[in-house]
Design a protein around this ligand. Sequence first.
Ligand code: PLP
Length: 423
Amino acid sequence: MSVQLQPSAPAHTLPAFDAEAVRAQIPALHQSVNGKPLVYLDNGATTLKPQAVIDALLGYYAGCCANVHRGVHTLSQRATNELEAARTTVQRHLNAPEEAECIFVRGVTEGVNLVANTWAQRHVGAGDEIIVTGMEHHSNIVPWQLLCERVGATLHAVPFDDAGNLDLAAYRALLSPRTRLVAAVHVSNALGTVNPVAEMITAAHAVGAKVLLDGAQAVPHGPVDVQQLGCDFYVFSGHKVYGPTGIGVLWGRRALLEAGGPWHGGGDMIKRVTFEGTTYAELPGLLEAGTPHIAGIIGLGAALRWFQALGPERVAAHEADLLAYGTAQLAQVDGVELVGTATEKAGVLSFVAAPALGVHPYDIAELLDQQGIAVRNGHHCAEPVMDRLSLSGTVRASLACYNTRADLDALVVGVKRALSMLA
Ligand code: PLP
């Protein structure tokens, strides 16, 4: 199976990617910050939104603002149609077998917690094991720790090398018939590592374990096909793929979602409620209790359609060029040490600058902000990664399709200036 997130055609056979035309569609890019033109390199935290997404949100609130699924009146039906059209978009985007398997959640955090409290709650027991990687975001660690405490299971973490490559041999050694679930980050938000998920899934299935992938940093950077991957659950957050905040997707195999049963109880997830007992709705309603984030779902649909129109493979090729360029440029800056140089990478340039002189990533990020350059600093909600590398944090520049080489030139100039002020 091919490595996901790599363009399936060589870059030179893909039509040229017009980043300037993409930039023209992102209103928030065209502003000054601290008197300087904004250079936005904090896309791993959240992406800026295209006008198409803003219009979709406005269209819902100004046009068909009604609750869904319960109304016969026209506005309610329009809103319902738009919401369900977004589900169709999600299904196509992930190449999921069924729309009903695409559950709207708040984001990766809620999606992982949902699986931990449904399927895993019923299928992981005392003495069982769950495996995560050592480079997970906290949202793919803590729900499993909580589950293990509840049911008496054990959590293992797969180590990675100094460059950020996952240790596949160690992973294979951890797998056993006691392994019920492997929960792995597809692309690391702290290091940019693209994990060897195809091999991981094959090996997990060979011992009868299920696999959940955290696609928060994968979906924004290229094509993701859950059937080709062969995973059992896949989660992503809308706001990192040009959509609104507060909305995301959990995809899961129908049989597993059904076997997990309900999680939140309330409206929309029931067939019939009496005081003698309640029967439950079919998927997806079963796992979508209450009024959903209707505007967010419609906005997410618009974001995915926008991204599809750009071409996920062309985005991947464009960002691969930016990553290689930025890596080379930053590596030449005296005092900069890149953090995360795995063989397969996407979207992230993490680094420390002059740590021996006591320069903290916070100082660099603050001085970059004064130059209009937005990056993130700290542990990126991946404290075990920092512990493994004996770092308190990094500076992280993270890419989106609207970034250009000029943004990375500005970053390099900015880092040099910051270092000259701090040294
Ligand atoms: N997983 C990864 C790899 C992430 O980068 C993030 C957010 O940064 C999350 C999970 C959590 O996403 P959310 O806060 O949207 O639930």
